[in-house]
Structures are given as structure tokens and as C-alpha cells.
Design a protein around this ligand. Structure first.
Ligand code: 5GP
Ligand code: ZN
Length: 114
């Protein structure tokens, strides 16, 4: 297991502002928010990139997305919408190599992304 900041958040070794937690996934506020609401939804299990997902993880990824939707509803984002993003490796802009789904909302997003 590499020295992983998100595994440490799962283990409670690094504090975070948790908005949802169960035995498979955890969601917490991004430390450097890029929108009025910026939540990260991650699996508790260490998976480096979305390229490492297998068919065994189909339910896990589905659960992450459905959980993001639930959080968005609770944050009042369902009327105007929001953005869900997985960054993958260097060109995708991935900095933390433990997969995470970004939930961004509360402002109009631009396209194309930077
Ligand atoms: P990436 O660039 O890998 O897609 O996104 C990593 C995200 O993790 C960034 O938005 C960054 O602000 C966030 N992040 C990095 N370290 C921490 C931390 O220790 N705590 C929290 N809450 N977010 C973090
Ligand atoms: Zn990890």
C-alpha cells in the first residue's frame, strides 16, 4: 500500500469534513474547493486510477455515482444541476492516486474544461 492521503482520511488519520460514510465509500469536502460545493466521493478500498477498475467494481462505481446524486439533492443542487468528474492519470489532471469522484456545484460550469 503506497503512502496514500485518501487512505489516511478513510482511516481517520487525517481529519476531513465527512458528509457521508459507510463500509464501502466515504464522501468529504474538498480541501481546495473549485465551486461553492465541492465534494469528493471515494471508495474506502485503495484503487489507484479508474483504469484499475474491473467488472467486480461495477456496483461500487454505481454506488459512488448514486451517492453523489443523493448528496447533490441534499445540497439543493438538483434543480440547477452539477458536475461529476473522474480525473485519470497525468493528462486527466489526477493528483491523488486513489480514485475519487468530484461533485461540483453551486455555480455554472464552463465547457470545455481547462
Ligand atoms: P485530483 O486532481 O486528483 O482529481 O483531485 C484531488 C483533489 O483532492 C483536489 O481537488 C484536492 O484539493 C483534494 N485534496 C488533496 N488533499 C486533500 C486533503 O488532505 N483533504 C481533502 N479534503 N482534500 C484533499
Ligand atoms: Zn488510498
Amino acid at each position: 500500500m503506497p503512502d496514500c492521503i485518501f487512505c489516511k482520511i478513510v482511516a481517520g488519520e487525517i481529519p476531513s469534513d465527512i458528509v457521508y460514510q459507510d463500509d464501502e465509500i466515504i464522501a468529504f469536502k474538498d480541501i481546495n474547493p473549485q465551486a461553492p460545493h465541492h465534494i469528493l466521493i471515494i471508495p474506502c478500498r485503495h484503487i489507484e486510477t479508474i483504469l484499475d477498475l474491473t467488472t467486480d467494481d461495477t456496483a461500487l462505481i454505481g454506488k459512488m455515482i448514486l451517492n453523489a446524486n443523493n448528496i447533490a439533492r441534499k445540497l439543493g443542487l438538483s434543480k440547477n444541476g452539477y458536475r461529476l468528474v473522474f480525473n485519470c492519470k497525468h493528462d486527466g489532471g489526477q493528483d491523488v492516486y486513489h480514485i475519487h469522484l468530484h461533485l461540483l456545484g453551486g455555480r455554472k460550469m464552463t465547457w470545455p474544461p481547462g
